[in-house]
Design a protein around this ligand. Structure first.
Ligand code: CA
Length: 228
């Protein structure tokens, strides 16, 4: 069964999420504090997706996100944000989250986001094999890993998918819609900005000088282009 961690200290919201995810066929592990979340992740190493509230009694969701991501590059992470926390979305994504859902959210919206994340973090890589080598970059599509000049670069599953899309399309301008459709899926109904934030984070990891990117260049008013 697909296992999800829900970290939320407000019992009413947590119950609402748990009931709806159970109904959608997920097994849900609950936590009310950051400490409980780490304990549950230790007990259940097969948790594939974590849903993290931001305001918590003992820590904040970004710190939890940072620690989970540092320990596990493959787990899917969705932040729960309030409408007033617009900037927090970006902060959350920069600390390693894959997606965010704004409160109040509908069960259908949350489930759709989780389903999409499961598809992306799934075993899609297992059916492919081989490597793509371009310039200093070596993308191993079997292990879903990236090396630059022989040194491993740790990527999240979303970053890997973006990188693969770029390396499959060298020199071609890709629109943000194309990237969103390929990486997040056509049924994803989030914002284009999520592509920008993930690409900003990817640049920090792969560019020689992230403030002056040369591999992932911006195509103004359209999207991005991969080149060497
Ligand atoms: Ca809270």
């Amino acid at each position: 069964m697909k296992k999800i961690l829900v970290l939320e200290d407000e019992i009413s919201i947590r119950s609402f999420v748990v009931i709806n995810l159970n109904r959608a066929g997920y097994e849900v592990i609950e936590a009310g504090t950051g400490a409980e979340a780490f304990e549950q992740l230790r007990i259940h190493p097969d948790i594939k997706v974590a849903i993290l509230d931001i305001m918590l009694p003992d820590t904040d969701g970004f710190e939890v996100c940072r620690k989970i991501r540092a320990a596990d590059p493959h787990i899917g992470i969705i932040m729960l944000t309030a409408r007033t926390q617009e900037m927090d979305k970006v902060t959350g994504l920069m600390t390693g989250a894959d997606d965010y859902v704004t409160k109040p959210f509908s069960p259908a919206e949350l489930t759709a986001r989780i389903d999409a994340l499961f598809r992306r973090t799934g075993v899609a890589g297992a059916v492919e094999s081989g490597e793509i080598v371009q310039g200093p970059f070596r993308l191993n599509t079997r292990n879903r890993t990236l090396e630059k000049e022989g040194a491993r670069i740790k990527l999240t599953q979303v970053e890997y998918s973006i990188m693969k899309m770029f390396m499959d399309n060298p020199g071609k301008a890709l629109s943000r819609e194309d990237i969103l459709n390929t990486v997040w899926g056509r049924d994803y109904f989030g914002e284009l900005k999520i592509a920008d934030v993930n690409i900003r984070r990817l640049r920090i990891k792969i560019e020689d000088d992230p403030t002056n990117p040369t591999y992932i260049t911006t195509v103004w008013g359209y999207g991005y282009k991969w080149g060497l």
